[in-house]
Design a protein around this ligand. Structure first.
Ligand code: SF4
Length: 263
């Protein structure tokens, strides 16, 4: 059960700490997708409900001063999914995007939801837009275990195709890469016709989700537990060094645009 509250805010845009991103818009506080590795859980520190069990819908009556963000990169979203299921009802992301129509702001969206296709007409009117889909498995059984309330893998791939066919810049973020679970080549092969670039990010287990993810591995992929302990308990970097080499080699071999964001 998710507790949903509407909260009034004066401003939706904040300065971003992510390299290459100037500003972020998070239309919601909280995220019902409940990914087991969620890096944004710290945002729940002022809520008594557990992360994933609450959602604050940000109501902002003040228009965005678009001119101020001209030529900057604005990212949706850094600590929620702007297309979480409640966006279908509240439309906060849609209202935000409408303000960027015909602007000179570079708008970047990253989502795990096919709901983004609802806004295709708006997206097409934003001159400098790109839409990325996070995909880290093609196995929907695994997806349900680690990203239980996000769109299925097939729905994300279908949405990627729809946006690509509508002429929107689309990319795929293979993140987080779960050692020996994420088959990055398979994802690239399935998506490359519809994506102009790929990003790669490794699974980072620094925070409260460290034990949660290791428990998941213990229960569902017991044979991989020694490897995960080597990486995340003994801090052995060999696996990631080798994976980065494999990514470089594969992407160069098939000639795709890519970037690696390993921690
Ligand atoms: S979609 Fe992103 S913000 Fe939402 S639960 Fe998953 S990792 Fe966290």
């Amino acid at each position: 059960m998710i507790k949903v509250s509407e909260i009034e805010v004066k401003n939706l845009i904040s300065k971003s700490k992510i390299p290459s991103i100037d500003f972020a818009i998070n239309p919601y506080v909280g995220c019902p997708h409940k990914c087991i590795y969620c890096y944004a859980e710290f945002m729940g520190k002022f809520h008594k409900e557990k992360w994933g069990n609450f959602l604050d819908v940000k109501i902002c009556t003040k228009a965005i001063n678009i001119e101020k963000f001209k030529n900057n990169t604005v990212f949706l979203s850094s600590v929620t999914d702007a297309y979480n299921p409640f966006e279908a009802k509240y439309g906060i992301t849609k209202q935000v995007l409408e303000q960027f129509i015909a602007s000179q702001v570079k708008v970047e969206i990253l989502t795990k939801s096919n709901l983004v296709t609802r806004d295709v007409k708006i997206l097409k009117q934003i001159p400098n837009i790109s839409v990325g889909f996070s995909i880290n498995t093609t196995d929907d059984v695994v997806r349900k275990q680690i990203e239980p309330y996000a769109s299925s893998v097939q729905k994300r791939i279908d949405a990627l195709k729809i946006l690509h066919n509508e002429g929107i810049n689309t990319w795929v973020f293979i993140s987080p890469i779960f050692p020996k679970i994420t088959d990055f080549k398979n994802i690239v092969d399935i998506c490359r016709t519809y994506a102009y670039s790929f990003g790669f990010e490794n699974l980072n287990l620094k925070n409260s989700y460290h034990m949660r993810v290791l428990n998941y591995i213990r229960i569902h992929h017991q044979n991989l537990l020694p490897l995960y302990q080597e990486i995340y308990v003994r801090n052995n970097k060999d696996y990631w060094q080798q994976t980065a080499c494999e990514i470089h080699s594969y992407c160069q071999e098939i000639g795709i645009d890519y970037s690696i964001h390993f921690h």
